[in-house]
Design a protein around this ligand. Sequence first.
Ligand SMILES: Cc1ncc(C[n+]2csc(CCOP(=O)(O)OP(=O)(O)O)c2C)c(N)n1
Ligand SMILES: [Mg+2]
Length: 578
Amino acid sequence: MTATVAEVMVATLKASGVRRVYGLPGDSLNGFTDALRRDGTITWGHVRHEEAAGFAAAAEAALTGELAVCAGSCGPGNLHLINGLFDANRSRVPVLAIAAHIPREEIGTGYFQETHPTQLFGECSVYCELVSVPEQLPRVLEMAMRAALARGGVAVVVVPGEVFLADAPAHPDPVAIRAISPVVRPDEESLAAAAQLLNNAGAVTILAGAGCAGAHDQLIALAGALKAPVVHAFRGKEFVEYDNPYDVGMTGLIGFSSGYRAMEHCDALVMLGTDFPYRPFLPEGVPVVQVDVRGEQIGKRVQVRVPLVGTVKDTVDALLPLLEPKGGTGHLDRMTAHYRRARARLDRLARDRRNESPLHPQYVAATVDRLAAADAIFTADVGTPCIWTARYVRMNGTRRLIGSFNHGSMANALSHAIGAQATYPGRQVIALAGDGGLAMLLGELLTLHQQQLPVKIVVFNNGALSFVELEMKAAGIPTFGTDLVDPDFTGIARAAGLFGVRVEKASELDDALRAAFSHDGPALVDVRTARQELALPPKLTYGQIKGFTLYATRTILSGEGSELVELTRSNLRELEVE
Ligand SMILES: Cc1ncc(C[n+]2csc(CCOP(=O)(O)OP(=O)(O)O)c2C)c(N)n1
Ligand SMILES: [Mg+2]
């Protein structure tokens, strides 16, 4: 019996271990969804907005390293996928998007729901092709899958609705297309140049990113040999921060000053698997060794003296024998002491203020951290939830943290959590959501109920687009358009079939979180948190900061007596930041 194109696609996905497809059906996608139904082994991850399907697939791919799949119907259906796919592509996680298309004979006629998916998806994918004739299958699909896995990113296969239903040409049994981990290390000459530079340098600092996944031992060994403080970028947090005596915290817009200072005061910088984008935070005039498995990434943000193309793991393994272990620990001691002070101050801000109302968001994040499971998966909304997560949610090598760290899109936490929970039904998945972020894809609460995904949502309900208010105030302009008139989200959650509990006072938080975390199903904790009030440090003037938050933050970081980037009035007062 001949198989249809859709059946061949399903068989190919199945052979490669794909367990589910996130999406929303539509006429043009019917051939594919019907083939899934008939096969019965791949779950249909039904969402309420295709954007959530993109985010969910991104989270699954980030957690497993394997291909995750989403699908949308033609025109608006696959347009809705786009923001989630941008997130996946910029996080370099392997996602396949199946984008249904209008009938072939209508392409170019301005037909109902017509778009040009290969153009639209071009910017958020590493591979994007139209299947014009059934004979392109299964090769185009296989190439798309390999591209997503090998290059790390999104591959889009655009299929006109009737092509799904067409007979596929005879083909051999599908092969499994899975993630592979090749050994990639630099040549001897480059390694020798890096070793010479580092052996001759005095104070060395390491900036570590998400490329350190799977290379924790190597990172610690390298820091030990170089007596180097280790700074991390946000996406590196889950791989770098734990069990790390060299840790000096995060840098960047929401980082704190020990991370900044360790790079400001070094004689050489080693960048390990990071595409940290903010150039003003990188040191000027110091030689840089940059390790990245993608050679084209090197030197994008700062001039690099020695490029090392390879994985962090393989490169550090090859470099270590060439290094002369450093004796002096002066730089390391100074930077780790600075970090300990900064950390202690952060922890003070999160101390128990039992009768406070609204709650300090720091306290909320620290309490979530304390009560969450040792193997919890956290997702954090872009906005201030990212700040609190970065500072108070501790990683341990088992916990995971997923966010829209490169694309920076709001509304990611709930949708990422859908993918995380679908992938690991038995693990605790906690979405740290903003009130703005939650409302943006609020319909996905229904997905949690319908798909029986026991995600725990903690809403930092501050009645505002608070992060933007911080940015506006930092830029010296009055806040505008940032008020949110929100309902009690627990009422909505309950109506959607979730367990819901509202927290008005700090004394209620522990019990509410415990109840939600132990609830056998999805739950939402709506926490009324303080709206952040930025007070610019008095020394800053509009002229000095040139209207850019970045420069304001940098000035705060390097300012006399400042220990942290902490932009709230109460916190600035408490920290006596001048
Ligand atoms: C889709 C999208 N729109 C707008 C922005 C700009 N933006 C960044 S953070 C933010 C505010 C987020 O508000 P909320 O979720 O309530 O979190 P808060 O900062 O208030 O804690 C906005 C509007 C964005 N990053 N993504
Ligand atoms: Mg908010």
